[in-house]
Write a protein of this length. Structure first.
Length: 256
């Protein structure tokens, strides 16, 4: 995925993205961080074709995103949003099967390939024992994993997660981030996610994009771009960094 001088404006005046250019590294975990309202989710909306740039280009495999047919694009790109409506009358397996829609038609019966893809997605997300459970009976962390399983069932090459740890307690946050790491390392998925926790971004990312006011301030490997000077510039916060043998590099905020 590549962006070139992308400008997005919802009202024709305010620029929610202002000349954003970036390349998402294939086969890596990229995390977008920055203050509230800086354009993180807007950037994901351009990648997912939910927002068309006012100016600039968004391309995937040297093709403009708008050139793709919906089903063809879904085979390459899947996204899980921060909040999702839970259909109370569906089971886990039924919802995950919706991820197979790009590979089938409305009136076509599920094939063995569809069944295998769903079972694989449920296994990846540790939900095989929940496959027949009603969605409404699941915990918040389990529900988030179901939506990820549905995205995995698409068999897309790229997975985007918009603030996946929001509203989850620390146990389920870590469980989900370990799942992201596993999907990348074991299955080679290119993953882009939006996070608020800087230390989680440092720990679980290969590539970090820091945004402020609709622009990319800096990007690169966590150790190269997450510094006290950058944190001050982006967040207006004074911080210190420590190195721990078990935790690695981590940041502590001090004052504003």
């Amino acid at each position: 995925m590549e962006m070139k001088e992308v400008i997005v404006s919802h009202d024709g005046t305010t620029r929610h993205l202002n000349g954003v250019s970036t390349v998402i590294p294939k086969g890596k975990i990229t995390t977008i961080i920055g203050p509230n309202g800086c354009g993180k989710s807007t950037l994901l909306s351009v990648m997912s074709r939910n927002n068309r740039p006012l100016e600039g280009q968004a391309r995937l495999e040297n093709r403009d995103l708008i050139e793709y047919k919906a089903k063809d694009f879904a085979k390459k790109f899947a996204i899980v949003y921060q909040q999702n409506d839970i259909p109370s009358d569906l089971t886990v397996e039924q919802l995950v099967m919706y991820g197979r829609m790009p590979h089938t038609s409305l009136f076509k019966k599920n094939t063995s390939e569809d069944e295998d893809a769903v079972s694989w997605a449920l296994a990846c997300t540790n939900l095989l024992d929940k496959r027949h459970n009603d969605l409404a009976a699941l915990s918040g962390g389990e529900r988030q994993r179901v939506w990820i399983a549905m995205a995995l069932a698409q068999k897309s090459e790229m997975l985007c997660l918009d603030e996946p740890t929001t509203y989850l307690d620390i146990y389920y946050q870590l469980e989900l981030l370990e799942l992201v790491k596993q999907l990348n390392e074991q299955h080679g998925l290119t993953i882009v996610m939006v996070l608020h926790d800087i230390n989680q971004a440092i720990r679980y990312s290969d590539h970090i994009i820091l945004m402020k006011a609709g622009q990319i301030i800096t990007e690169g490997a966590p150790r190269a771009v997450i510094t006290k000077e950058v944190i001050k510039k982006v967040y207006g916060v004074n911080s210190v960094f420590h190195e721990d043998e078990e935790l690695g590099l981590y940041m502590m905020p001090l004052s504003i």
